[in-house]
Design a protein around this ligand. Structure first.
Ligand code: ZN
Length: 154
């Protein structure tokens, strides 16, 4: 992997590597009242997202699953970013994050507003990895909508 790091330097930002090694909120909260499963067949990433939503706010959030460094780090950082946010704020953040990783010029310019999530800007140069970065977010959306089918990025 070290041989690829030069070329993929922009993709594997330090904060992404750090979260992939030690994912935050990697657990199923006992109070969870929403849940969904996601699968990215392109890479083999799997992700379960658990939410405790009360009065329109995400009181607690956790995830489980297995996958590549990008998918794990993205899920980990997503849970940190969304804890305490309203479901409307979560939907808006997903839109902004999605715009960033798909290379939207406006979103790239305003990346700093996304805080740590801005580290995923490099993903836009690697189209195949966009699905890794957005898997947890698609799964989150499905959990909020209480869909029972596994979300697939394909
Ligand atoms: Zn992946």
């Amino acid at each position: 992997m070290s041989a690829d790091l030069g070329e993929l330097g922009d993709l594997y930002q330090e904060v992404i590597l750090e979260h992939s090694k030690a994912p935050r909120n990697f657990r199923k909260p006992a109070s969870a009242n929403h849940h969904a499963e996601g699968f990215n067949p392109l890479c083999g990433d799997r992700c379960s997202v658990y939410l405790d939503v009360e009065d329109g706010a995400i009181k607690d959030i956790g995830f489980e699953g297995s996958g590549c460094a990008i998918s794990r780090a993205s899920a980990s950082m997503m849970t940190q970013a969304l804890k305490g946010k309203s479901t409307e704020e979560a939907a808006k953040l997903f839109e902004e994050f999605h715009n960033l990783v798909t290379g939207d010029a406006e979103a790239m310019k305003n990346a700093a507003e996304l805080g740590k999530l801005a580290a995923f800007g490099g993903v836009s140069k690697f189209p195949a990895r966009v699905k890794c970065a957005t898997l947890a977010w698609h799964t989150l959306q499905s959990a909020l909508e209480d869909k029972e089918e596994t979300v697939s990025t394909e």
